[in-house]
Design a protein around this ligand. Structure first.
Ligand SMILES: Cc1cc2nc3c(=O)[nH]c(=O)nc-3n(C[C@H](O)[C@H](O)[C@H](O)COP(=O)(O)O)c2cc1C
Length: 210
């Protein structure tokens, strides 16, 4: 080492830059009149509070009236509906899908949102919060894992599930016994962050599918 050129004592290496927060789109899957989804969504959004590593954006299927008839040249009306959701999905590094169970599956509104998009899901992780009657939406989630695999998305293992969801929230929408679901949400979000960070770093080196 040449002491005359070693200036590291005076100019220490800069601290490593904090990575930008991951963008997480929370997708509200149900759109029916009188739906319970917003109560569960509010609870979930509370779990993001204080997490500096995550920026959350809500994509509500009730806000975008997407038809089930797909088209390569959507009408101006449909294009306007897509414009409400597509940029949010495209910008997201990760998704949390909030789904109820309808007849042992997930709602058509959620399937329409999924099917109207393709690139937006690719090489990104998906976590789930489900709710319903006795099953807590678990059957809907297992079906969604198959759907997202086809879209090159990665579903995270741990989920949050509310069976008989209505009975567990008070009139103000607060969970009556939040310790267990709060802990489950942390596990799911931590897994989502691991995958989203890993995939973001990998895609910066080599685009997916190249
Ligand atoms: C059409 C329909 C079908 C349903 N099927 C099931 C089911 O198969 N299993 C279940 O556990 N709950 C079922 N439920 C109960 C819903 O999961 C529960 O009402 C949930 O709150 C619906 O979500 P939403 O209120 O956000 O629409 C069904 C509800 C509806 C409206």
């Amino acid at each position: 080492m040449n002491p005359t050129t070693d200036d590291s004592a005076f100019f220490p290496a800069p601290a490593p830059k904090e990575p930008a927060p991951l963008k997480v789109a929370v997708i509200v899957g149900s759109n029916r009149e009188g739906r319970f989804g917003p109560v569960v969504a509010d609870w979930l959004l509370g779990r993001f509070r204080g997490r500096d590593d995550l920026d959350v954006e809500v994509v509500d299927t009730a806000d975008a009236g997407l038809p089930t008839a797909l088209s390569y040249s959507p009408s101006p009306e449909v294009a306007a509906e897509l414009a409400k959701v597509t940029p949010k999905l495209a910008a997201a590094d990760a998704f949390v899908v909030l789904t109820p169970e309808y007849n042992h599956s997930f709602p058509a509104s959620l399937k329409a949102l999924i099917d109207w998009h393709f690139e937006e899901w690719r090489a990104k992780p998906v976590g789930f919060v489900s709710y319903g009657g006795v099953s807590g939406g678990l059957r809907a989630v297992e079906q969604l894992r198959q759907v997202f695999a086809e879209l090159h998305a990665v579903t995270v293992r741990d989920t949050v599930s509310f069976h008989n969801a209505g009975a567990f929230f008070d009139d103000e929408g607060r969970h009556k016994d939040p310790a267990a679901p709060d802990a489950a949400a942390k596990v799911m979000l931590d897994q989502l962050v691991w995958w989203a960070s890993a995939l973001r770093a990998a895609k910066a080196v080599r685009p997916y599918g190249s």
